[in-house]
Design a protein around this ligand. Structure first.
Ligand code: SDX
Length: 382
C-alpha cells in the first residue's frame, strides 16, 4: 500500500503551525481579541468568576446555577491538602523557588490518588481537585517559608478570596478579592501557548494528568513565558525612575535583550489582557508610593511604541500584572505561581479535550549532521 507522502515544513518554534483543533479558546492576534468558548475576555472579567470560567473551559458552555453551586461546593470540599503533603511541604527547603515547590507538590498529589479510574469523568474530577488545591499549595508554602503556620482554607470564601486569605493571613476586602478573581480569569487560558502545548505533548502519550500538568508548570516557569511577570517587577526596580527608561531601553536593544512584558508570538497588537490589568494597576496605584512603577511602565510603553511599535511589539499580559499583585501585598516570586493557579484550568481543559481525539505528538527534525560514515576504532582516532 502506497504511504501518503506528508508535506514536511520546517518552522522554528513551530511558529504558524496548527498543532490541534480546539473549541476552548480563540485569539485574534491582529485585532487584539481573546475569547473563551466564544465569550469575550472583557465580558468574563466584568461579569463572571474564576469558578464559572473554569466550568466554561472544561465544558465549553456557561454553567446553570445548580451546576455552578455544585462546582463551588467541590472546590471548597477538596482544597485542603492531605496531611502527608503538608508534611512534605514543611520538609521542602524554604529557599526553593515557589514554582519548584508547586511543580513538585503537583506531582506528589499523584502519589495520593488511589482512584485507578482513567475515564473522562475521573479525569475531570482530577482537574477540579488540582484547580482547587493549587492556591493552597502556593499559600501554604509561602507561610511555611516565613516560619508561619499554614492557614486552613476559609469555609465561606471563593477561590480567589480564599487564596489571599491563606496567603496574607487576613480576609481581603471585596475590591481586593474582585481584582484577584479578575487576574485569575485573565490568566485562565490562552489557546496553544508553550505551557499548554507542553502539557498536551505529555498527555498525548496517554500519560496521566498529573504528569501533563507538571510539564505545563515546568514550561510556564521560563521568563519568555509565565516568568515574565516576576521579571517585569525586577526591571521596574532596576529602572527606578521614569527618567531612566529611555537609556534603559536603548542599552537593552543594543544588547538584543528582550524588554519583559512586551512582545508576543500571536498578538501583533495590544494584548487585551494588558489593557484590563493596566486599568486595575492605575486604580490601585493611585497616590500610593507604587505609582512610580505605573509611571515607569507608561514611559516604557511610550518608548517601546516609538522604537518597536512598527515591528508589532506591544505590551502583553505581564507588563502590568506584577504591579497589581505588588499592590495586593504579594511578593514577586509568587507572581508566576499565581499564573499557574489560573492556567491549570486551561491546561486541564485542553488535556481533557485532546484526549477525546488523541494523537501522539511526534514532529520531525531537519537533519544537518554528518552523512553516514564507518565507525573508527579509538586507536585510529587523531
Ligand atoms: C506569555 O503564547 C502565549 O499565549 C503566552 C502567554 C499566555 O497567556 O500563555 O500570552 C503568556 O508568555 C506572554 C509573553 C511573556 N514574555 C515576555 O514578556 C518576554 C519578552 N517577550 C519576548 O521574549 C518575545 O516577545 C516572546 C517570547 C514573547 C515572543 O517572541 P517570538 O514570537 O519568538 O519573537 P522573537 O523573539 O523571534 O522576536 C522577533 C523580533 C526579534 O528581533 P530581530 O531579532 O528579528 O531583530 O522582535 C524582537 C526580537 O528581538 N522582540 C523584542 C521583544 N520581543 C520580540 N525586542 C525587545 N523586547 C521584546 N520584548
Amino acid at each position: 500500500m502506497e504511504t501518503q507522502q506528508k508535506t514536511e515544513i520546517y518552522s522554528p518554534g513551530l511558529e504558524g503551525v496548527i498543532a490541534c483543533k480546539t473549541r476552548i479558546c480563540q485569539i485574534d492576534g491582529q485585532a487584539g481579541k481573546l475569547y473563551y468558548a466564544g465569550y469575550p475576555i472583557e465580558d468574563l472579567v466584568h461579569h463572571s468568576t474564576f469558578e464559572e470560567v473554569s466550568f466554561l473551559l472544561w465544558q465549553q458552555r456557561l454553567p446553570r446555577q445548580d451546576e455552578l453551586e455544585q462546582l463551588d461546593k467541590m472546590f471548597k470540599e477538596t482544597r485542603s491538602l492531605p496531611a502527608e503533603v503538608l508534611q512534605f511541604l514543611e520538609l521542602m527547603p524554604h529557599t526553593s523557588h515557589p514554582m519548584d515547590a508547586l511543580r513538585t507538590v503537583a506531582s506528589l498529589l499523584a502519589c495520593f490518588d488511589t482512584n485507578l479510574e482513567k475515564s473522562p469523568e475521573a479525569n475531570l474530577q482530577r482537574a477540579i481537585f488540582l484547580t482547587a488545591r493549587f492556591p493552597t499549595i502556593v499559600a501554604n508554602f509561602h507561610r511555611l517559608r516565613q516560619n508561619q503556620k499554614p492557614i486552613q482554607p476559609h469555609p465561606d470564601l471563593g477561590l480567589a478570596a480564599n487564596f489571599l486569605y491563606m496567603l496574607l493571613g487576613k480576609e481581603p476586602t471585596a475590591d481586593q478579592a474582585r481584582v484577584m478573581d479578575a487576574a485569575l480569569i485573565l490568566h485562565a487560558d490562552h489557546e496553544m501557548n508553550a505551557s499548554t502545548f507542553a502539557a498536551l505533548v505529555t498527555a498525548s502519550t496517554l500519560s496521566d494528568i498529573y504528569s501533563a500538568v507538571a510539564s505545563g508548570i515546568g514550561a510556564l516557569k521560563g521568563p519568555l513565558h509565565g516568568g515574565a511577570n516576576e521579571a517585569v517587577l525586577k526591571m521596574l526596580l532596576e529602572i527606578a525612575d521614569p527618567a531612566n527608561v529611555e537609556s534603559y531601553v536603548e542599552q537593552a536593544l543594543v544588547k538584543k535583550t528582550k524588554i519583559m512584558g512586551f512582545g508576543h508570538r500571536i498578538y501583533k497588537s495590544y494584548d487585551p489582557r494588558a489593557r484590563i490589568f493596566k486599568e486595575y494597576a492605575r486604580r490601585l496605584s493611585g497616590r500610593t508610593k507604587f505609582s512610580r512603577f505605573f509611571k515607569i511602565n507608561e514611559k516604557l510603553e511610550e518608548v517601546m511604541q516609538a522604537k518597536k511599535g512598527q515591528h508589532g511589539i506591544f505590551p502583553n499580559v505581564d507588563l502590568y500584572s506584577g504591579i497589581v499583585y505588588h499592590q495586593l501585598g504579594i511578593p514577586a516570586d509568587l507572581f508566576t505561581p499565581i499564573f499557574a493557579i489560573a492556567r491549570v484550568a486551561g491546561w486541564t481543559a485542553h488535556i481533557l479535550e485532546y484526549w477525546r481525539d488523541n494523537r501522539l505528538f511526534r514532529p520531525n527534525a531537519l537533519y544537518e549532521g554528518p552523512p553516514p560514515r564507518p565507525y573508527v576504532p579509538i586507536e585510529q582516532r587523531r
